[in-house]
Design a binder for this molecule. Sequence first.
Ligand code: F6R
Length: 608
Amino acid sequence: MCGIVGYVGPKNAVPVLLEGLARLEYRGYDSAGVAVLNGRGVEARKLAGRVQGLRELLGRSPVHGRCGIGHTRWATHGAPNDRNAHPHLDCTGTLALVHNGIIENADVLRARLAQQGHRFATETDTETLAHLIEDSAGATLEERVIAALGHVEGTYGVAVIAETEPGKIVVARRGSPVLLGVGDGEYLVASDASAVLAHTRSVVYLNDGDVAVVTPAGYRVLDRDAHEQDRAVDDIEWDLEALALGGYAHFMLKEICEQSETVRSTLRGRLLFTEGTARLNGLNLTSAQCARIRRIVVLACGTSWHAGLVGRHVIEELAGIPVSVEYASEFRYRRQLRVPGTLTIAISQSGETADTLEALRAAKAAGSTVLGLVNVVGSTIAREADGGVYLHAGPEIGVASTKAFTSQLVALVLLGLYLGRQRGLPVEQGRHLVEQLAGLPDLVARTLELEREVAQLAERYADATNALYLGRGVNFPVALEGALKLKEISYIHAEGYPAAEMKHGPIALIDANMPVVFLAPKDEVYTKVVSNMQEVRARGGRIIAVTSEGNGDLRHLVDHQLCVPASAPLLSPLLTVIPLQLLAYHIAVRRGCDVDRPRNLAKSVTVE
Ligand code: F6R
């Protein structure tokens, strides 16, 4: 949620930190700050607001130093104001730290430290850690950090500098990602690879429980007992270009428009035309294990949870395995039942969502094999799962998830196909689906041609205060996703419902001011959905229908008809969701909303 960056090397750290913070800003943007060591002690600059404000502050009041840390914040404890912005200092002002995560016993620690005479300058949980380190014994900064973290309950990714050890950054992680960027005579630390990519492609992903010490001479990774650990150096597989707007007004629009390519990328090398199945080498499941699966539990949050609901239809249809889809945040606190033959699938774009990660750990502890459907390579969920499928959609910067969703759907279809073929799906059916999957990128490209039409529609509906999204079967989750997209970036209240459920309550809301978006592609429930449209029409509601080619003309019944290309019914969510993403985007832009930085939200929710 927040972003951490740090630099140590021959250059002035400040421009490196500012550049890193700008790249991390999509993760949290309440406030920003830096602290550097320059032989005159710790110098910090911080303020509420965006990284651009910090840049201007540093222009007016510059600091220099070859070792520094920086942070962008998404507030949890304490309002987003100048004081509560990170870095936080100890009483002596000689030690500074930045922190992602939540220190759950901060109140207890704070009371004890205050009683011992520590003076607190902020309302944050993070500041307690600065005072704890100040109080901790140890010959080195890392020893003091390890000792202090021993008192902390909760989650952290943390970076610490101290005047007593110039040229050293100590980082630690538990439940919040931290990586090291390995350069030539210079090293970076960050919560996200995007912050180091301008300087190096070589990264070391830290494991939970790791502490690392970084100096211009190199880095060491330690465990909680200060024993040195070996960690592999990985390559970042995408370029800076992927982090640039590339001529688009917003990352969200760029990512929507990229979907033909990202869908192709998720499919690349995975379609086996002759065998009529998918190649998913990362699953690490033997045929015998596939045969033993009795049920599948999907764990996810938000948009990824919606993808899971589509996945349920797909997997049940293709593989005949019962699937339940759980909110990760609820699942993790339920009694864990040991059901033999359970396969758990955690779906997460970031691979760092705290609720999904903890739910995965709970499922593992209850004996389940766990797969991850993850976009970010090297993320915690990807590393803790027994196997999985990478989405290969490239970095998703827009806070509202779009291209990751369609890639999740593709990965779920590939998984359903693979499991189906392992469990008796006829080869002819497999081959047919493989052909249809191969044609998907072109269908996505054709669907994106609807943008101009959708933009015109957005003009008509930009002033709506409520909206209803209705769909059935495999398109019900698309209704949920369309409603989520609209509410999170335009702040219009929107609900997604199964179309037939409308008459059990929400129908009371329908009047001439209520736009109702129907998902009605050609499938076995199409005529039922049309009946639901009649019910809305009869009550004066305004209807936008997303249909597919071959459905005929519905304009006698609906106010607007958006027609996506015809596809296999199971694949239709990949197309029907696109006009809904575009509609949310264009409505939000018309309302003057900050599409890539919607209020109160942040990319990658690493707190509970
Ligand atoms: C909505 C959105 C969120 C995420 C959710 C899970 O546009 O982005 O609902 O889908 O926070 O995130 P991941 O997939 O990273 O676990």
